[in-house]
Design a protein around this ligand. Structure first.
Ligand code: CA
Length: 513
């Protein structure tokens, strides 16, 4: 594309820009993205388990979204939804195991056409090579916490150090030396953390060592009063965290004589020794502390590095004309319902954090409970760039919301669909609808339903689907669910299903011959 064509495209694209801003004034976009970070481990959302002062800055200087709901609570599918602005059944990425079709329309490609430089550094996790980016340095697959390799259009980079720090180093390097300072940019700065198996960085090995993390009220959920899938998954803290998650192999419990021998060999009785003698709920509590502390340490690493990036934006003078967005690919269980991991349409994994800062445009310290979604991100980025949002994108721009003018016809119901079964953690396929007051879930391969009254039962412990008092709600929500499935053009899921029996790690055991 010639410079003249680019300029013309920019002028046309900018016809709707605020205050008639010209090419040079279109905002830069920095999308900060993590993997598996629950809003309940972010102090901007009132966390009772940790502090995230740097991430909180984005909320303090911008808007916090309290109802950002994902369409499919699992890693690669969420990334595909964000890139395309379309539900999983439209972009083809139903599960983690599939390869993203990078030939399709994505918002980075459209931003390139609108004259933006596009860059992605960090976790990609979509198997195919990134498309639509002028610059990319991405982890291979899940990527390790230490000494990662980064795939690039040229040579593979092999780096030594802590991945969260290195992703930031590469990002700052690109901002300082790699980009063209004369045109706006869209940067995706994407962390692996705090994904399993939660390896902290050198600055945080000992964080929380002398503290007990508060337990959630549903840590010992017994899954009664719900459809069958909740009790049959493989993602409990009690039974499905193994030695690689806990980083400690407790010795078998022993009598005093054996203990004396142990002490002679290994020294003073340590945490592993004491853990070996724990049982039942006490053992679950111990595992909860081990797991959550490691998770929160990796969050602390992200928070420090986000601070480095925000400081750079300030010092370089970029901050004023840069929209900073923070989100994660889905929510996560920090022990609620006895779980780790995500996947469910229940609130903890359905809701993902979303913070947006744009100096002069977003009121500092503002919040919204508008029902938004990762489905809306692509349209938002295009709108910020003054580019047209294609009619086949299924989300809507959030710009009116964070600039203080929530449209009166904003959505009041949300469609959700999870597909990855049988697979790790054995969470049954389900779809459903969430309104402000209720949630209905259909486990369609089992013919089972759940209905939760979110006002009277916010922890979703009792399905009222069969309660006669809710008959009208059931009828109403079934109609709404059908309306949404038609609106989003959702086909029946006819792929084969099967039994799923998880092992100690939550991985399905192959069925016996
Ligand atoms: Ca994830």
């Amino acid at each position: 594309m010639s410079r003249l064509t680019l300029l013309l495209a920019a002028i046309i694209a900018c016809a709707g820009c605020q205050d008639g801003a010209m090419e040079g004034e279109r905002p830069n976009i920095v999308f900060i993205f993590t993997d598996d970070h629950t809003a309940r481990a972010l102090s901007a959302y009132g966390s009772v388990v940790n502090e995230t002062p740097h991430l909180d800055r984005i909320a303090q200087e911008g808007m916090r979204f309290d109802q950002c709901l994902v369409t499919n609570s699992i890693c690669a599918p969420s990334r595909a939804v964000i890139l395309t602005g379309k539900h999983s059944h439209m972009n083809g990425q139903l599960t983690n195991g599939q390869r993203f079709d990078g030939s399709q329309q994505t918002f980075p490609k459209l931003l390139q056409q609108a004259g933006y430089q596009t860059s992605i550094i960090g976790k990609w996790h979509l198997r195919s090579a990134p498309t639509g980016f002028d610059h990319w340095q991405v982890l291979r697959g899940q990527g390790p916490y230490y000494n990662p390799m980064f795939l690039t259009p040229g040579d593979t980079l092999h780096l030594t150090g802590y991945t969260t720090d290195l992703i930031t180093d590469l990002t700052l390097e690109w901002l300082e030396e790699g980009r063209d300072p004369d045109s706006p940019f869209m940067l995706m700065y994407q962390h692996k953390a705090p994904h399993r198996e939660w390896h902290p960085g050198p600055d945080h090995y000992d964080l929380y060592e002398d503290t007990d993390i508060p337990e959630p009220p549903t840590l010992f959920d017994n899954y009664s009063n719900r459809a069958s899938p909740a009790a049959e998954q493989g993602m409990t803290i009690a039974r499905h965290l193994d030695v690689t998650d806990l980083k400690l192999r407790a010795p078998r419990s022993m009598n005093e004589e054996q203990a004396a021998v142990w002490e002679a060999v290994y020294g003073p009785r340590n945490e592993a020794f004491h853990a070996a003698n724990l049982q039942g709920d006490d053992l679950t509590r111990w595992k909860y502390q081990r797991y959550v502390k490691e998770y929160l340490r990796t969050v602390a690493g992200v928070d420090d590095n986000v601070g480095r990036l925000l400081d750079y934006l300030d010092e370089s003078g970029l901050a004023d004309n840069t929209v900073v967005i923070y989100s994660s690919d889905q929510g996560w269980y920090l022990g609620e319902h006895g779980w780790y991991d995500k996947r469910w349409m229940y609130e903890e994994s359905l809701i993902t954090p979303l913070l947006i800062r744009w100096p002069g445009h977003v009121a500092p310290g503002s919040t919204t409970d508008a029902m938004v979604s990762n489905l809306d991100f692509a349209a938002t980025f295009l709108d910020l760039a003054g580019a047209e949002v294609p009619a086949d994108m299924q989300g809507r721009s959030l710009k009116p919301i964070f600039t203080g003018q929530t449209p009166e016809d904003w959505r009041t119901s949300h469609y959700y669909h999870y597909y990855e079964y049988p697979a790790v953690h054995c969470v049954e396929r389900h779809y459903g609808v969430r309104t402000r007051t209720h949630k209905m879930i259909h486990y369609y391969n089992r013919g089972e339903w759940e209905l939760f009254d979110l006002a009277s039962d916010p922890m979703e412990l009792t399905s009222v689907y069969d309660d006669a008092a809710y008959a009208d709600v059931v009828t109403e929500l079934k109609a709404e669910l059908e309306r949404l499935r038609t609106h989003y053009q959702v086909p029946e899921d006819t792929r084969p299903t099967g039994p799923c029996i998880p092992n100690e790690r939550g991985v399905p055991v192959p069925p016996a011959e």
